[in-house]
Design a protein around this ligand. Sequence first.
Ligand SMILES: Nc1nc2c(c(=O)[nH]1)N[C@H]1C(S)=C(S)[C@@H](COP(=O)(O)OP(=O)(O)OC[C@H]3O[C@@H](n4cnc5c(N)ncnc54)[C@H](O)[C@@H]3O)O[C@H]1N2
Ligand code: MOO
Length: 400
Amino acid sequence: MALMNVDDALEQLLSDISVSEVENVSLHNATARVLAADLVANRDQPPFRASAMDGYAIRADNVKELPTKLQIIGEVPAGYHFPDAVHNWEAVRIFTGAPVPEGADTVVMQEKTERDGAFVTIQQEITKGSNIREAGQDFATGETLLKKGTELTYRHLALAAAMNHAVLPVYKRPVIAILATGDELVLPGETPTESQIIAANNFAIASFAQTIGADIMDLGIARDDMTEISTTIEKAVAAEVDCLITIGGVSVGDHDLVQEALKRAGMNLKFWRIAMRPGKPLLAGKLGKTQVLGLPGNPVSSMTCALLFLQPIIRKMLGKKGPYKITDAVLGSALPENDYRQSYMRARMHIDKDGRTVASIFSDQDSSKLSSFAEADCVIIRPPNSPASKVGTPCQIIKL
Ligand SMILES: Nc1nc2c(c(=O)[nH]1)N[C@H]1C(S)=C(S)[C@@H](COP(=O)(O)OP(=O)(O)OC[C@H]3O[C@@H](n4cnc5c(N)ncnc54)[C@H](O)[C@@H]3O)O[C@H]1N2
Ligand code: MOO
């Protein structure tokens, strides 16, 4: 039977995923979250005519001849209101951000003046209206400045704060439960027997999911035992997590029990095995409201499937646009023809003298090799049945 291709598998998966519920979070917790509603300004910015300079608030008509001497009748720092008005031949000492007093129409920079006690002499020509920011010049009450769907960065958060929003409506972070399986696994820091290895993928997947914006429920390691795997799956179901990730045990071996355990728990299988390399044994399903991804055990297969399938799931739940970013590049190594599976080949990239991104593969693409995945900074997407390709052939990559 022909295996499902990567794009169809992703489309099927995402068609069943909706954006998370909305919660209100403080500005400090809103970085990289997605706005769930339009944000309207609660005030004008600036809320009054404000001085843009440290200097003197004056009436421009008084300064037609140079130099002109004016009497200083008081001062107004930022945060205060000058209770009086500026009349002819008067000036008010003013500071950047302070409201311009009544009667004044211009602020002259202090560098263009000379002070002598209660008097200031204007030395240089001025333009009427200069150095004043009109009320509402930046934005006005009622204006929609941030649209629903905006992925919030520091720039947006500054604007939201200035608009006087202390909390923002955003989509909730999904909770991802992670279950590693296998008798051969022990946790880092524990003492393995001579036939065991240290569990690694679960840490990769947790870190990756957190980086994209999910919260983690670590279910530890279950032995290759139906009861133990089932009991642990029940914990994720009881916690009503958004997504359950299992690692390992999804291939065809006698000890690959994960699919059967998930089915016994009530999972509806969406697909199992797809035409990709690495990652062929990937499994997807739904258990109640929980999305299930069964990642293959080989570390690079696990991480590649997370890159291509877990990432889009989390991004969609968070309200983010698009599954992941694909970049145009050229091959830095010749590649043999490809078979029916879409390959994701570990590579390193550099920019050549013509400004092109050149991606060169690691010679060994064994899906058990953690070291080369750590060293890689991109993967080359090699479509099914690609012909043998020379150095310089256009290709597409996903940056890691
Ligand atoms: N007869 C066949 N054998 C295999 C096939 C196949 O089609 N026919 N597919 C191969 C492919 S491709 C992959 S990928 C693996 C995936 O198998 P499983 O998902 O069942 O994974 P395991 O057998 O449990 O483990 C594979 C490998 O990965 C190591 N592993 C597992 N979990 C972790 C972890 N958390 N951290 C680090 N390493 C882990 C495990 O020790 C094994 O070495 O199946 C092929 N076989
Ligand atoms: O697809 Mo397996 O994931 O080649 O190692």
